[in-house]
Design a binder for this molecule. Structure first.
Ligand code: EPS
Length: 391
């Protein structure tokens, strides 16, 4: 599978085209809209979220809620476009009120992107580097997720840190805490930590500052054997880590025990293989986070990602005015204080895409029944091999 997306933060819409989906997969717009709404949720978002009510339009590739095998076109309109039509007009003369952005915000793509594309107006960078782009990643990832959910995969995420405040909830517990997490303003099931996190965000807002944090993902029902050890670019943990790192603001990614494994002995890190009459061949623990040799091993997948604080500051850091090449404060734009809960939802989507892609590499067919037949044959083989004692 592959997809392309296009669209600018304050342009008319965001568009995605997915190619390579099997035909006859049941798909409902409401399932995509549900995840778009989850992405918009979260304490600490800015005024823009009150303007947008993200909903998808499906423009091709779906007939009576079944994929056709044709490219699937998704579109989400930007409601804020109403306020930007003159400033972002694709044609005509630049109006005098469309002032160029010339003071790069430290931490944003402004300066590096402006140099790369030789833009005098850094708005041209901001418009595409903006995390508004993740709307389409969630829409596209929701389609991938629907395919995987058909085969029993389930996705969970939660926030474990906002700034200095840590949640006590363990990643292995979150499958049983869905209601608490989905109704929390910060995707955090630890109520005490949540209250302290809310306070931190209010404090940062008062001080014209921003906050980052850490979120975790837990994905169950993934068959063993996705990805491959035979070549570097087929190692699926690497592909997922790359996808996570590509989300705006992400500065660190771990899987399983992650960085903590570096300070332990091998005997404390690796997951013993067990044999029991009731469960067959299994694992005593899951510190690997569901990957061995870049291949899924049938255990739940565990990922953790660190998001830096949003780089648009109301109290801006020192920067330069590129028009005059003199020192100046970084530009102040309307933005968020904290977007860690949204990033967790985006992470679910980008992981779903990578897993679905690997799933179709292994079980791929042009229509769903072909995929189902290949999956069934393989899973029966795996199940026989994992029986203990051997038949
Ligand atoms: C963003 C800045 C803000 C955020 C935006 C990401 O937008 P605006 O400048 O229009 O207020 O709200 O996120 C979204 C619009 C979104 O849908 O997530 C940025 O600079 O990255």
């Amino acid at each position: 599978m592959r997809y392309l997306s296009s669209g600018e933060s304050h342009g008319p819409c965001l568009t995605g085209i997915i190619e390579g989906l099997p035909a006859n997969l049941e798909l409902h717009k409401t399932d995509i809209d549900r995840h778009l709404a989850r992405r918009q949720h979260g304490y600490g978002r800015g005024a823009r979220m009150a303007i947008e009510h993200d909903r998808v339009d499906i423009l091709s590739g779906l007939l009576f809620n079944r994929t056709t095998g044709n490219p699937l076109t998704l579109q989400v309109k930007n409601r804020d476009w109403d306020n930007w039509q003159k400033l972002m007009a694709p044609e005509g003369e630049r109006p005098p009120e469309a002032l160029p952005l010339t003071r790069p915000r430290p931490g944003h793509a402004d300066l590096a992107g402006g140099l790369k594309y030789n833009h005098d107006d850094l708005r041209m960078v901001l418009e595409r580097s903006s995390a508004r782009e993740t709307v389409m990643r969630v829409a596209v990832g929701s389609v991938a997720r629907m395919l995987l959910e058909r085969f029993g995969c389930k996705f969970y995420s939660h926030v474990v840190r906002i700034g200095p405040v840590l949640s006590a909830v363990k990643v292995t517990e979150i499958a049983g805490l869905t209601r608490e997490i989905e109704t929390s303003p910060l995707r955090c099931a630890d109520l005490k930590a949540e209250a302290a996190m809310l306070k931190e965000i209010d404090q940062a807002r008062r001080e014209g500052d921003t906050l980052g944090g850490v979120f975790e993902l837990y994905i169950t029902g993934v068959p063993p054997g996705l990805g491959s050890h035979v070549h570097w670019d087929r190692r699926l943990d690497g592909r997922v880590a790359g996808a996570l790192m590509s989300i705006q603001g992400i500065k660190g990614v771990e899987t399983g025990a992650g960085f903590a494994a570096a300070s332990l002995r091998g005997s404390e890190v690796h997951d013993p293989v067990t044999c029991s009459l009731s469960e067959g061949i299994g694992r005593a623990s899951n510190r690997a986070g569901g990957f061995e040799g870049g291949i899924t091993n049938g255990q739940p997948l565990i990922f953790r990602a660190a998001m830096k604080p949003i780089p648009t500051l109301l109290n801006p850091l020192p920067s330069v005015d590129l028009k005059t090449a003199t020192p100046a404060a970084g530009a102040v734009e309307r933005s968020d204080i904290c977007a860690v809960p949204s990033a967790a939802v985006v992470a679910e989507a980008v992981i779903a895409w990578e897993l679905a892609d690997a799933f179709l590499e292994k079980f791929g067919g042009d229509y769903l029944e072909e995929v189902e037949a290949a999956y069934k044959f393989y899973m029966e083989t795996v199940s026989k091999r994992m029986r203990w004692p051997a038949p």
